[in-house]
Design a protein around this ligand. Structure first.
Ligand code: NA7
Length: 570
């Protein structure tokens, strides 16, 4: 224990809680991690959660129009047959209140809340090498000591509020969609300005426009969107789900993106233009993220992608009546689905309303926020409310804000200053026994999240179980394995069109000064799962196991040498 920290520790001993594991966050990942460590392994566990309830993303994102864009029957846990059988979703894409009901049901069913400290913001975590324990500080002053520290903080939980001059002087109300007031916002009779046209802005605009006196949408980058075709689930579909849990699980766990549909095996240029048009027409009618599964090569071949892009741009031109607005909305500069592809309910139709205006920031950029609205280079827009649908400091933002210090006081912020480096998205060298659920370098946001989460939680649980069975105190990613994994993450991304979008948050480009590194693993969830299984089967290849008091050079497994990333060819 370092002197400085040791002194602090003694002065507030009473407020220190010691447990086997601390999990940060009580969303999908934190709840399941608690259940696994406590009820399967018998560990003492505390979950530290900033919010006053479970739900993670869904606790915070309650903006108008918020809806999950994974289909409900796949946006759930698959680990418990009983849970699958007793829960019934009501719509194709659930809204936050329904997802929160589901997660509260899970938390109550498995009696999880007694081990969750709500309203607890973690402000720092330091590894104490001599004790092989993590010391965790919280905003309230309460402290925790733990062997295993597991972050379950989600990938899109740190709001990005752009630093536009003048915001402080704005006399109206303003909100970020990811920090939405729980009591809601009344837009009636108000002039609303919405900045941002990502998945969130595209969901929010139609709902805000239906209430507000006027909505002005400030668009920097035009975006594709496919109709979600949300609807209540029919009795027939609910019956199908109840009878096919195993099959649905098998599909979500074997597809590259964890969704309950398979990607077509046909390629775009296998079909003639008329046949292709028929495929796109059918996919448009079906709606949702499934559109990108219409052909197997949409994300690998630019010419193939161009055909989808042109189809979707033509849809915009066909829907939006004002030609100038239609052109600004269809002036999309990146391949379809190379940025996160939104799905919507009447987004483009919203621009046919008399009370909606589109401002094309590429032609007329925002200069500043004034006390009464937003001033672009050429116009001034009087506003009562500004809605920032401006996204998140994704994948790394929340992890860095935890102020994590590993071995020898090295900080995660410093280790990641040129971009995140992890082994399998699960661990970082120099940070023993720290596990990052859906961390950068894992499929995370490129996958239906609960599917990625279940795999990570189970892998971490098995790893900790293995350590305990073999009296191993410490697990740490090897630097060589980490470098190879980072290389592999880059290769996987470069085999797709994804890194070609220079302004994508997958690359960190939405945050000024953030290193431009492609962060999620684009090699597919099924392949990733097989790689992780293989690593574990080989005695946790690429990780080093050691006992307290021993250094990593006397590792208990055989993998101190550089390892190769096995590619099981799935
Ligand atoms: P996104 O996808 O990051 O979208 C943010 C939007 O805000 C996007 O249109 C940005 O334009 C825009 N933006 C950001 N900063 C500015 C400034 N300074 N000026 C103008 N416009 C700006 O976030 P979402 O919340 O929509 O979606 C995040 C994920 O949440 C989504 O993938 C789902 O998984 C759920 P840009 O494209 O950067 O030019």
């Amino acid at each position: 224990m370092s002197t400085q920290y040791g002194e602090k520790q003694r002065s507030s001993d009473k407020a220190v809680t010691t447990v086997d594991a601390v999990v940060i966050g009580a969303g999908f990942s934190g709840l399941y991690q608690l259940l696994c460590l406590r009820d399967k392994l018998g560990l003492s566990v505390k979950v530290l959660e900033k919010g006053d309830g479970v739900g993670g993303t869904w606790y915070w994102n309650r903006y108008p129009g918020a809806r999950c864009d994974s289909e409900s029957h796949s946006y759930c846990y698959f680990f418990s047959r009983e849970l699958l059988e007793e829960w019934e979703w009501s719509e194709r894409y659930p809204e936050p209140p329904e997802i929160l009901r589901y997660l509260n049901h899970v938390a109550d069913k498995f009696d999880l809340k007694r081990d969750i400290e709500f309203g607890t913001l973690v402000t720092a975590a330091r590894y104490d090498e001599a004790a092989n324990l993590w010391d965790i500080e919280t905003e309230s002053g309460r402290r925790y000591r733990t062997t295993y520290l597991i972050t379950a903080v989600g990938c899109i939980s740190s709001a990005n509020i752009p630093d536009i001059p003048g915001l402080r002087d704005f006399k109206g109300e303003w909100y970020h969609t990811g920090q939405w007031p729980h009591e809601g916002v009344d837009f009636s009779g108000k002039r609303v300005g919405q900045i941002g046209t990502g998945s969130t802005g595209i969901q929010a605009a139609p709902v805000i426009a239906a209430k507000a006196a006027h909505l002005t949408v400030f668009q920097r980058t035009a975006n594709y969107s496919v109709p979600a075709r949300n609807a209540p689930l029919s009795d027939e579909f609910k019956q199908y789900v109840h009878e096919h849990h195993d099959e649905i699980r098998q599909i979500v766990q074997s597809t590259p993106n964890g969704h309950p549909f398979r990607i077509s095996e046909r390629k775009v240029f296998d079909l003639d233009p008329a046949q292709r048009q028929a495929v796109y027409d059918a996919a448009w009618e079906k709606g949702g993220l499934q559109f990108r599964a219409a052909f197997q090569d949409l994300l690998a071949n630019k010419a193939a992608n161009d055909t989808a892009a042109e189809f979707l741009k033509n849809k915009i031109r066909g829907i939006v009546r004002d030609p100038e607005t239609a052109e600004a909305l269809a002036d999309i500069d990146h391949p379809y689905a190379a940025k996160r592809p939104p799905i919507d309910t009447n987004y483009f139709e919203t621009f046919n309303r008399d009370n909606v205006t589109l401002v094309n920031l590429r032609k007329d950029p925002i200069e500043r926020i004034t006390p009464s609205g937003i001033k672009t280079r050429e116009h001034e827009y009087e506003l009562d409310v500004i809605v920032f649908a401006t996204g998140f400091d994704a994948l790394t933002g929340t992890l860095l804000r935890l102020n994590i210090e590993g071995r020898d006081g090295a900080t995660l912020r410093d280790f990641w200053k040129a971009g995140p480096k992890t082994y399998l998205g699960l661990q970082v060298p120099g940070f023993p026994n720290l596990f990052t659920i859906t961390g950068p370098g894992s499929p995370s946001v490129l996958c239906n999240m609960p599917v990625a989460i279940e795999q990570h939680v189970e892998w971490i649980t098995n790893c900790i179980a293995y350590m305990r069975e073999h009296a191993i105190d410490r697990c740490e990613a090897l630097p060589e394995a980490t470098d190879k994994w980072v290389e592999h993450v880059n290769e996987a991304a470069n085999a797709t069109l994804l890194p070609q979008v220079k302004h994508s948050w997958y690359l960190g480009a939405n945050i000024p000064g953030k290193p431009r590194v492609f962060m999620p693993y684009a090699g597919g969830m099924a392949r990733y799962r097989a790689i992780c299984d293989d690593v574990a089967a080989k005695g946790y290849e690429g990780f080093v196991f050691s006992r307290r008091g021993e250094d990593t050079a006397t590792a208990l497994n055989d993998f101190t040498a550089a390892t190769t990333i096995s590619s099981p060819g799935v």
